[in-house]
Design a protein around this ligand. Structure first.
Ligand code: FRU
Length: 497
């Protein structure tokens, strides 16, 4: 049965969503039907199609009582809108249906598992959450909340686990059909941990173990965990809050982190390596799925809580998802590349080889705001340049810069002049692996964003931009002399020009 709160959200989005013209949105990045979007939820296959739910507040472009919005796609590029899936309409989720996952049940129905939030005044009079895990079951459009919710609560926590920060279940079925979930929590030392539960088929899982924990080393609460196998390694992804900076790897505030290691059912997870997931400005709460063809694909909120205050004027939607990315482990690192499906939308290639760049120049046929471009930069001779800059979304007053410094092996993304109406952090530098002054940058532009993939995916950096669409110049600039190869494709979509 559709509750009054859910019906109200569905009516609202059906009435006002269609008023937003396509040209006010990105062409191929997922956005909310109307209002606010944050984390991806329930990113999974159901009946052969990829479903993507999202944290949703339809009534304003600010975070509010969380609903679940709903999209689906056949190719990760073209998104079809479905009606709002969940509204906060029960006592146990009255303050919000927070993030979670989805999985197909053996009987063909779809299970959504989410965090129900109840907010109340504690003994000192402060507002405090109680977070529990809840489920809803449906057919891919309509969902019924389980009569026995919540299915996991304070009783299911390890000793010292916090009931205030117990959220974001990611649920999956193993090859042998067993259900598992990982859930973020805070331990007795106040910092984050990830809990592994098993046997969710009767929706009441049992705690297997604490999979890994921060010990106050990598931020405090660990939000939105994910856990999977990739190229022979076990991988945990999580989004820690209140990070302290570590070199160029982690910055202060909300970050993202990939923990790489091995998992033994007896001994648990052994962490061997830690890296940031995305080195740009706008990336948080990633979630992955395993596609039917075996690819591990990740999508994330293309924002960050520290950047989400900088909204363009007059927008009727806010928040978008990254381009889904294919993951792999190469040379001991997490690699990510845009899903290959994007290549079907490429047209009008423009290719330049061995162009000498010294000072700033543009190249015939290279401009645009909706494109996929690969730029390879080589020194003329060892040490022939101090830096190389790629300027995109440029006009007389604006540009977004991707800069490489060979002596430091750093890439910097700079969106100081990219139309943001607030003075927030707008630059980020990160290390790439040295290649004798050679670097390959793949840049995907979609009206309001720049996603950069370095050296075939060894590092990614993402930034939202609000530069006016007419600013579509692209230039190449070197302090010294470089040789540049450029391969540029425009991206075209039905109903879009
Ligand atoms: C992460 C997060 C989650 C929570 C959701 C609420 O961005 O804080 O931990 O479930 O957003 O919208």
């Amino acid at each position: 049965m559709t509750s009054e709160a859910l019906q109200k959200a569905r009516d609202f989005e059906a009435q006002y969503g269609p008023h937003i013209p396509d040209s006010e949105r990105p062409a191929f990045h997922a956005t909310p039907t109307i209002g606010w979007m944050n984390d991806p939820n329930g990113f999974s296959f159901y009946k052969g199609e990829c479903h993507l739910f999202y944290q949703y507040h339809p009534y304003s472009i600010e975070w509010g009582p969380m609903h679940w919005g709903h999209l689906k796609t056949k190719d990760f590029i073209h998104w079809e809108r479905l009606p709002c899936a969940l509204a906060p309409d029960e006592e146990y989720d009255a303050s919000g249906c927070f993030s979670g996952g989805a999985v197909e049940l053996p009987d063909g129905r779809q299970l959504l598992m989410y965090t129900g939030v109840q907010r109340h005044h504690n003994a000192e009079g402060f507002l405090e959450d109680v977070q529990t895990q809840c489920v809803a079951i449906g057919d891919g459009v309509d969902y019924e909340k389980w009569g026995d919710n919540p299915v996991l609560d304070g009783e299911d926590l390890p000793e010292g686990g916090s009931t205030i920060d117990f959220r974001d279940p990611k649920v999956w079925r193993d090859k042998d059909g067993t259900f598992y979930a990982v859930i973020g929590n805070r331990t007795g030392d106040g910092s984050g941990s990830i809990l592994l539960y098993r046997g969710m088929e009767d929706f009441k899982g049992e705690l297997v173990r604490v999979l890994d924990r921060s010990r106050n080393q990598y931020g405090r609460m660990w939000e939105c965990p994910d856990f999977f196998q990739l190229d022979g390694r076990h991988i945990i992804l999580t989004s820690p809050q209140d990070m302290t900076p570590i070199g160029l790897e982690f910055h202060a505030g909300n970050g993202t982190m990939c923990l790489m290691g091995s998992y033994d059912p007896e001994k648990g997870f052994t962490r061997e390596r830690v890296q940031a997931i995305d080195y740009g400005l706008d990336f948080y709460a990633p979630q992955t799925l395993e596609a039917p063809d075996g690819r591990r694909i990740m999508i994330a909120w293309m924002q960050n809580w520290d950047t989400a205050g900088a909204k363009p004027f007059h927008c009727r939607w806010f928040g978008q998802m990254t381009l889904p990315r294919e993951l792999s482990i190469e040379k001991g690192r997490l690699y990510q590349r845009p899903v290959r499906e994007i290549e079907a939308y490429r047209h009008s290639p423009v290719i330049h080889h061995h162009i000498l760049v010294s000072g700033e120049t543009n190249l015939p046929g290279i401009q645009g705001r909706m494109l996929d471009m690969i730029v390879t930069v080589k020194p003329m001779s060892p040490g022939s340049y101090r830096w190389f800059r790629l300027h995109v979304a440029k006009d007389g007053r604006h540009d977004t810069i991707i800069r490489y410094k060979p002596d430091e092996s750093t890439v910097k993304i700079d969106r100081c002049r990219s139309g943001l109406p607030r003075d927030i952090v707008n630059t980020r530098s990160f290390l790439v692996s040295p290649r004798d002054g050679e670097i390959k940058l793949r840049v995907v532009l979609d009206r309001f964003s720049v996603e950069v993939f370095v050296n075939d995916g060894e590092a990614a950096a993402t930034a939202v931009i609000y530069t006016r669409q007419e600013a579509d110049a692209i230039t190449f600039e070197a302090d010294g002399q470089v040789l540049v190869d450029v391969e540029k494709y425009d991206l075209a979509f039905d109903g879009e020009d």
